[in-house]
Each structure stands twice: as C-alpha cells, then as structure tokens.
Design a protein around this ligand. Structure first.
Ligand SMILES: *Cc1c(COP(=O)(O)O)cnc(C)c1O
Length: 628
C-alpha cells in the first residue's frame, strides 16, 4: 500500500498528498490536518465529520456531463434527469448542500417514507421531480396528492397492486367535490428477472421485496385504464441493488425493462414517457489493487443505458423515453470524511525502554540483542529468521524452567523490535513471509470513534472504507494495525487483515496528536449509524471555499451532550438532574465548598459530548477557553 494508502484507487483526485499531509485537491488545497486543528481549537473534541459540498457538485456535474455526452454521441432524443434517494443521506446539511449545488439541473429527490416525503416537499423547488418509492399507505398517498396540488412534479411509484387501489380511492376522495384537483403522476416498479450483483443485490430479481410481476403489470394496466389514470401513467421504474460491481446485470435489466416499457407504450400507455433505472452506480472503496470493487466507469454506464434504451425504442418503433436515475451512493459517498483522533497505542510493552536486561543475560538473549543492533538491509531476512528461531528456543527454555520471567519478557521485546526493523528494511512488504510475521506484531490503536455509529456497514456487511493518517505521510508507516473503537463491544474493531493490510506510524500520543481519516462515509453510514453505548452522531461541519479559494466553516454542530443523548431515549432530564444534585447535596462527608465544586465539575461534564477527550486535548483545554 505504501505511503499513499491507495489514494489513487479510491481517491478520485479529491485528495492529494502534499508534503506530509492529506490535502483537499480543490481551491487553496488546505490540509485535513489544518482544518481539524482549526475546529479543535474552537473547543470541539472527539470525532469530526467534515462535509465538502464541492464534492457533491463534482459528482453531479460528472453524472450530467457523461449522460449529456452519451446522449449526443447516440443522438438520443429523450432527456436525462437525476433524483437523489433520500434514504442514502437525509441529514439537513447534506440535503441543503445537495440542493444548493444542483440548482442548474433541476435536481429532484426520491422519498421512501412519509418523513422523507416531507423533506422532498420542502427542499425541492416546484417543478423538480419528486419520486416516491417503497411501501405506501393511504396517508402517504394522500400526502402525494397534497404535494401535487401544491404544484410539485411528483410521481408515485406503485410497488404492488394494493397501492394502485389506494391511489384510485384517494383520487376519488380528492376529486369528489373539486374536479380541478390534480392527481400525481404514476410510476410502476417492475419486478425484473435480472438481479444485481454483490452484497446489496437483493433489491432486484424475482424474489425481491419490490415491484410488479408481468402478470400483475398487465392487471395494473387494465385497472389504470379502467379508472381513467392512463393520463397519469408516466414512468416505469426498476432498481437492481446498490454498489453494482459489474455492468452486465444492469444491461440485462435494461433490456428487460426497456421491452416492458415498449410493450406498455404500444398497448396504449400514451403518457408513459420515462424509464427510471434506479441507483446502483458503484463507488471504489478499495485501498489495494487486489481488492478493487468495480469493473466499469461512469462513461461506460452512461453509454450502455443510452444505447440500449435507444435500440429498444428503435426496434419497437416508439419515441425515446426520458431517462431518470436515482443514484445515491455515487453522489453522496465522497462528500464526507470522518476524522478521529488516536487515543492510545497498545504496544508500549514492546518499546525498548521496557527491556530489563541484566548484568549477565542468557546467551540467546545477548544474541538477540546483537541481532537487533546490527540488522541491516543486507542481512535483514537472515537475522529475522534467526530471531524467530531464538524466540522459539527461549520459550522452550522458559517452559523447562531455565530462564525467568524477565528473560522471557526481554526476548519478546527484542524479537518484536527485530521484526519491526526487518519489515522496514525488507522493501518487498507483500512477501508472504513478512505478512505472516505482521500478525505477530500487530499494533492496536484505540481510536476516538464508534464503528457502530460511523461505519455501520463495516460492522454489518464488512464493507471496507479507506482509512489513512492525515499527517506524517513522508514517513513510511510500519506498524501492522488493528483499530479499536471506544465502544465496549469487541465487534468495534477493524482487525488487521493481511490481504488488505493497514500500516500506521509509531507515535507517542502523550507527545503528539495523530488523526485517522475514514473516507467515503457520505452514503448510508450516517443514518444507519446506531447509538451503541450511547455514542451519537459526531460533531459535524461543512467546509466551503470563498472565491479566493480560502476555506471557511458553516453549520458547525457539536455532537449531542450527555443529557440530550439520554433525553433522546426518553429519560426524564429533570429527574436525572434532580437525582444527581440530591446525591451530592445530601452527602454527609462533603463540606459545602466541596459540594459546590463537585456540582460545578458535574455540570461541566454533563454539558459535553460522550466521546473521549485525548490526553493532549485535556492538557490544552486548561490553557485555552472555548471560543464557541
Ligand atoms: C436505495 C435506492 C436507490 C439508491 O441506490 P444507490 O446504490 O445508493 O445509488 C435508488 N433507488 C431506489 C429505489 C432505492 O431503493
């Protein structure tokens, strides 16, 4: 992986390594370190979620420009239109940024629940498309009618025949006394034979939760026609699953959906004019060549979509439909970066300071010491083998009672130091032998974040996210790393994996700060994140740039304080407050002054978020008052 941490694989030119830090490859190219330090200087500690609206814009511009190009290339007549599926990220500072940077495209939103629909109704300008997917009850359909009558360009996607009945019923109620009431557009989600690929493939295929089979589709068509809704039947929709690693399943799905579209059109669906191909456009999360996740690029995706639909339209002699996409992951992933401070390294015992060498040591220990002192590029492999050999012998000697605990400890430390030095010296880090050794000398980094809150897909699906330090990138990192989060759950661990190893630097956290960045966390992670151990959404901030290229912050929102976290899960704050106060006030051992001091301390703690404070941070905060 080297010093770049695969940034050329997953980074998409969004970040660059400059001198020794990771910098934003935009405007004045500030470093993530500088930004992090600025925010921490304002008194915000713990993990930090940085949002970069310019990266949302980049993805949207890219999506539109590729489809524009493909349309031109194939002389495609229909339009291209994207909507953002809110389930991917509903956080206001993301949605607001998305709407702001996408104004020129008439960008729309997709809602899958009533609450998401309210976001869509309040955040899209009139005329921008709103699509409504997922299971719907009468109230939700009624909300869609309300939206349509506000002037929204809204399409209800029918997921099953029952929903069509409800639409007919709601329409009857809305138009009973007022004939001028508008009925929303109708889409039908089709259940394709084709399935997606990968861990999120369940959304497509015959066993999928969603969509109409061809039999149901025919029945739906007849009911739509009979109830005078043909004028509303506007879109067909499919979605074959997220993070499509290959393009072929999409092509199959497109042929299937395209032909269904054409069949309906030729049957008399005169208002039908759009194919919505859902999401699924994938993101490269890999940090190592061998674990790449995608085999296509956006240009190929756009070409295939436009070309295949055009072919079907030509063959079936119909007008080329408008194309809708609902890409979520592709639009949102790159916009946020989680920065988390390392709190501690669990390896101090293997530091040379821990050696307890005696006046007279067993010969093998003396030899190990010599190996450690004199190991160099030339002899590294040989010395390494010798060291491991010696260690085995020393353990045997210990078991037989010939050496004592101190000797045993010395041999562990020395062998560990030798392995580390050898790995540094042997340039071919990927050799199988070295990898095996790394498991022996893994370093555990305790990181101030919760994997459950901030990387739930890692916890639930082993989805990899790019991880790297934001500083010291001029130095080769040699510690094979396991990351521990601060939850009390052993699943809150990103274990060292010799197939995609992570190496971090040797740092003394009591002397210097060391931050890790987790990239591509902008899709799904925030809302799926859970409050295990009551660690909540991290402190977040939006980073923007002035015309001159300087960065500035907006929407700085601190992670919830302890009392609010408890209030959120319905503890009575007043009760908690009273109870705590009472226990101090009724104490028989504390003096009045002591009581007051304890209360002050207590309230200070309650006002802070539940993440840990690094040692350095607490030292500093004595000197520095919070400015915000
Ligand atoms: C989840 C979902 C999407 C978004 O999928 P991505 O893979 O994130 O692009 C799009 N459409 C529908 C119907 C969805 O359920």
């Amino acid at each position: 992986m080297g010093k770049e941490y695969g940034i050329n694989i997953w980074g998409d030119n969004n970040f660059i390594i400059k001198n020794q830090t990771v910098n934003i490859n935009h405007a004045s190219q500030p470093s993530l370190l500088q930004i992090t330090q600025d925010i921490r200087a304002k008194g915000y500690k713990g993990p930090l979620l940085l949002r970069f609206p310019h990266l949302i814009k980049k993805q949207i511009d890219f999506l539109y420009s590729e489809f524009r190009r493909a349309k031109k290339e194939f002389e495609y007549q229909g339009t291209f239109q994207a909507v953002f599926p809110l389930k991917v990220n509903q956080f206001p500072n993301f949605v607001n940024a998305l709407m702001e940077v996408s104004k020129e495209y008439n960008y729309g939103l997709e809602a899958g629940s009533k609450a998401e629909l309210i976001i869509a109704m309040t955040h899209t300008p009139l005329g921008s498309p709103i699509t409504v997917n997922g299971f719907k009850d009468k109230e939700m359909i009624s909300l869609c009618f309300i939206a349509a009558n506000m002037g929204h360009n809204i399409t209800i996607t029918i997921e099953g025949l029952g929903e069509l009945e409800t639409i007919i019923e709601v329409k009857r109620e809305f138009t009973k006394d007022s004939k001028n009431m508008i009925t929303p557009k109708i889409g039908v989600r089709i259940r394709l034979h084709s399935t997606g690929i990968g861990i999120w493939a369940k959304s497509g295929g015959y066993s999928s939760k969603f969509g109409l089979t061809s039999t149901e589709l025919l029945e739906a068509y007849e009911r739509i026609e009979k109830n005078n809704l043909l004028e509303q039947l506007y879109m067909i929709h499919f979605h074959i699953g997220s993070q499509m690693s290959e393009i072929n399943p999409l092509k199959k799905a497109l042929r299937e959906a395209g032909n269904i579209y054409a069949e309906l059109k030729n049957r008399g669906a005169f208002a039908l004019n759009a194919i919505n191909i859902g999401g699924g456009l994938a993101v490269e999360y890999a940090q190592h060549q061998e674990s790449r996740e995608i085999n296509y690029e956006l240009s190929e995706f756009a070409n295939d979509v436009v070309y295949l639909i055009k072919e079907i339209a030509k063959n079936k002699n119909i007008q080329e439909p408008d194309i809708f996409t609902e890409s979520g992951r592709f639009i949102a992933s790159s916009h946020s970066v989680l920065i988390a401070p390392v709190l501690e390294l669990f390896s101090q015992d293997y530091h040379e300071n821990a050696l307890r060498l005696k006046e007279k040591n067993p010969p093998l220990i003396t030899e190990l010491y010599e190996l450690w002192i004199s190991i160099n590029q030339k002899n590294a492999r040989e010395y390494l083998h010798d060291a491991i050999d010696h260690m085995e012998s020393l353990f045997t000697l210990f078991d037989l009672g010939y050496i004592d605990l101190e000797d045993r400890s010395n041999s562990e430390i020395l062998v560990n130091l030798i392995i580390k030095k050898a790995i540094l010296l042997i340039s071919d880090l990927s050799s199988i032998e070295v990898k095996k050794l790394q498991n022996k000398i893994q370093e555990r980094y305790l990181v101030n974040f919760s994997a459950f809150q901030s990387l739930p897909d890692f916890w639930g699906l082993q989805q990899h996210f790019p991880i790297m330090p934001i500083d010291k990138l001029n130095q080769k990192a040699t510690n094979p790393t396991t990351l521990w989060d601060i939850t009390c759950d052993s699943d809150g661990e990103i274990a060292f994996n010799d197939k995609m190893p992570l190496y971090l630097h040797n740092v003394d956290i009591t002397k210097e700060e060391y931050f890790l960045a987790f990239f591509l966390t902008g899709a799904y992670q925030e809302i799926l994140g859970m409050r295990h151990n009551l660690f909540t959404h991290p402190t977040e901030v939006t980073v923007k740039f002035t015309k001159d290229g300087e960065y500035y912050f907006e929407n700085l929102i601190e992670s919830q304080n302890i009392m609010d976290v408890l209030d959120d899960i319905d503890y009575d704050k007043t009760f908690l407050d009273k109870r705590l106060k009472q226990q101090i006030e009724t104490s028989s051992t504390l003096s009045t002054i002591q009581k007051r001091e304890l209360l002050e301390k207590l309230y200070l703690h309650l006002s802070e978020n539940s993440y840990l404070k690094t040692i350095l941070a607490s030292k500093k905060s004595k000197l520095k008052k919070r400015t915000i």
